[in-house]
Design a protein around this ligand. Structure first.
Ligand SMILES: Cc1ncc(COP(=O)(O)O)c(C=O)c1O
Length: 305
């Protein structure tokens, strides 16, 4: 495919499969994503020049469009190709690939797909080593809403909840389900460790099906943990031996306190640290063959005592 001429230093992204200078990647006001936030996006980690779990992100994006009534002929394989192209065009080694699919113009049901990659250092890396502190936010996850469980462009509620948590000195905010149980973070999923059980709220709580969450559930048995999806009350989280958050940007990050209460001793626990190392190693491609496919195994000797 031909690459357009660009000004020196300007990066390229991909619009509907075609290379485009970043400055020309614009969404017209007629696109329904502008007025209604109708559309979806994905943030994919790029490690050693490879978009990690891109296939899973592409599938979630297509499912998200379907949930918003924007079913289209877009298929995940096409999105994977466009995403890889965006990473190559920007020559990103360590960073993120963003893919955004809008609803399209009034009267036309064709989404616009924009993909671009950037070098970006991992966020809150220091905090995610020492352990994150979360507030509890009054925003609820409602399983009946098509926006719950969708990485929708109408993201202002989570954005504001995170912003308010940060303003109060917390790293993340925990959102509860309409029943008052733990749902998820504003940009992360929640896990607790109870003995050899690794527990996370089920998707029926109205949470985003996190790509990292699914991957952790998949590799759990390889480190002798029994993965479970079960409703979690706040008291159960606070009684747990360890807790952690997962997301593309954080990987596996210890959660050591909620509001002014510590979880266990208020330090990252051994299971969390093992999963963090294991996940990070796989994401960086340190285990040959584990690449972008699920079902990979963490390194030998990572079993949890
Ligand atoms: C509301 C919400 N939950 C969970 C996650 C984690 O999802 P993933 O692991 O796919 O990054 C995100 C990511 O941004 C999110 O926005």
């Amino acid at each position: 495919m031909e690459t357009p001429a660009v000004a020196a230093g300007e990066k390229l992204g991909v619009v509907d499969g075609r290379p485009s200078p970043l400055s020309k990647m614009v969404v017209p006001v007629f696109d329904r994503s502008v007025r209604y936030g109708l559309g979806v996006f994905e943030t994919v980690g790029v490690h050693a020049g490879r978009p990690f779990l891109l296939g899973q992100h592409a599938r979630r994006l297509v499912q998200g469009l379907g949930r918003l009534g924007l079913a289209s002929s877009l298929d995940p394989r096409t999105l994977v190709r466009w995403g890889q192209r965006a990473v190559e065009l920007a020559s990103v080694q360590e960073g993120v690939l963003r893919i955004l699919a809008t609803a399209g113009d009034d009267g036309a049901l064709r989404p616009r797909v924009l993909a671009w990659a950037m070098e970006e250092p991992p966020t809150v890396s220091e905090a995610s080593e020492r352990g994150l502190r979360a507030s509890i936010h009054p925003l609820r996850r409602d399983p009946a809403s098509p926006l719950s469980g969708t990485k929708s462009l109408a993201y202002a509620d989570c954005y504001l909840a995170r912003w308010q948590a940060n303003a109060r000195g917390f790293d993340e905010a925990i959102l509860c389900s309409s029943e008052g149980r733990i749902a998820e973070g504003t940009a992360s999923n929640v896990f607790i460790v109870e003995g050899s059980r690794l527990v996370t709220p089920p998707l029926s709580e109205g949470i985003l099906p996190g790509v990292t969450r699914a991957f952790i559930l998949e590799i759990a048995r390889g480190v002798s943990l029994e993965p479970m999806e079960e409703p979690i009350e706040m008291a159960r989280l606070m009684r747990s031996r360890e807790a952690f958050l997962t997301s593309t940007r954080l990987g596996v990050a210890p959660l050591v306190a909620v509001e002014d209460k510590m979880i266990a001793e208020g330090r990252p626990g051994p299971v969390t640290l093992t999963l963090r190392r294991s996940y990070g190693g796989i994401a960086r491609g340190e285990y040959p063959g584990s690449g972008a496919t699920p079902g990979c195994r963490p390194e030998r000797g990572m079993e949890i005592p």
